[in-house]
Design a protein. Structure first.
Length: 360
């Protein structure tokens, strides 16, 4: 049988096919980012820095994302921000991040400024805000804070819960002498009695246990509407360019959420988070009488969506933003749904309605 094409043409066709395959492989390789940049709305502690209190923290401490991409040669960079949520927003606006872990209010503030992101999963939910005062203070309740020097880290998800707690007691920020301090500065000021009270989080337990403060209020005791939520988000540009990478990052964090939510791991979890510089006892106190599954659920359920809608409405009412923020369409649940299905975790966490009641 004779060849249909002469030898030179057959060679040319083979070379062309090989070239196309090489170009396709090169394009596929070029499509992978060299580094995945994840911003964290906390200062971090240690070298390298770590944090605690969420499934995202667990994933970072256990290097779940790093292990997911090790074979691809993709570096994972966790970037910590002392300026918390507002500083993360600035980095997002400058496209210096691909993903970010932060709280509900900062994300709403960013969305009001036109920053395009998608919320992928919850990292921690139902977290309370604490108010602490010096141990010998005469302040016993929120109403006693009127005209007192109170530190609030403005622009973080502490602020809005604090404002709602004040409003419940007939007060607003204008009734206080509010001092805008970051977490570390606030703790130092409270310990030295440079302020009369501090609005903070689980870090205040450390001062309490050292005899340097007493906690007069914990917002979670007033119901889920007085709690704050955190999430992992992705920048739209990165998501469009690398949806497969987004899926794998979500998979890694869901695995971290499952491990963190297992009551058999409660002791190990708090010891792991203690590497962040927050003592084991503080995590015990913060999670007392609460199921891990309820605090560390990644689910995008009616409760989570309702809380973000409430944050957007409250931020507008309190004039923290100038125009309404549409929450509908902000959440992108497909990656989480895929992860839950792949990992057979569809029924692992309880879904809650908008009021925080279990869905039947």
């Amino acid at each position: 049988m004779t060849d249909r094409f002469p030898f030179p043409l057959r060679v040319l066709r083979s070379l062309l096919a090989a070239t196309l395959m090489t170009l396709a492989a090169a394009a596929a390789h070029a499509d992978k980012p060299a580094t995945i940049r994840i911003g964290v709305a906390q200062q971090g502690a240690g070298d390298p820095p770590t944090f605690g209190g969420s499934s995202a923290a667990t994933a970072q401490l256990q290097q779940r994302v790093e292990k997911e991409f090790a074979a691809d040669g993709i570096n994972v960079q966790w970037l910590f921000f002392k300026g918390a949520g507002p500083a993360v927003n600035e980095a997002i606006a400058n496209k210096a991040l691909d993903f970010a872990y932060q709280g509900d209010l900062p994300a709403v503030l960013a969305r009001s400024n036109g920053i395009k992101t998608h919320l992928l999963l919850a990292a921690s939910v139902r977290s309370g805000v604490k108010i602490a005062v010096p141990p010998d203070s005469g302040i016993r309740s929120i109403t006693d804070l009127k005209d007192r020097r109170v530190s609030i880290f403005r622009g973080t998800n502490l602020q809005l819960v604090a404002d709602n707690a004040l409003a419940k007691n007939g007060l607003g920020e204008r009734d206080l002498r509010v001092i805008n301090l970051d977490a570390a500065s606030s703790l130092a000021a409270l310990a030295s009695k440079g302020i009369d009270a501090s609005v903070g989080d689980y870090q205040l337990y450390k001062l309490r246990d050292a005899g340097l403060a007493k906690i007069i209020y914990e917002s979670q005791n007033d119901g889920p509407q007085f709690t704050r939520q955190t999430h992992l988000l992705v920048l739209d540009d990165f998501e469009r360019a690398h949806p497969d990478i987004v899926q794998r990052v979500v998979n890694a964090l869901v695995k971290g959420a499952q491990w963190s939510s297992d009551e058999a791991n409660r002791d190990a979890l708090f010891k792991l988070w203690a590497k962040s510089g927050v003592p084991y006892s503080s995590w015990q106190a913060d999670y007392a009488n609460q199921r891990l599954k309820d605090r560390l659920s990644p689910l995008i359920d009616p409760f989570l969506v309702a809380r973000y809608k409430a944050v957007a409405q409250d931020a507008l009412k309190l004039k923290l933003i100038r125009q309404p923020v549409d929450v509908d369409g902000w959440f992108e649940p497909k990656y989480l749904d895929n992860a839950l299905r792949t990992l057979k975790l569809e029924n692992y966490w309880t879904r809650y309605d908008a009021a925080g009641k279990p869905l039947s």
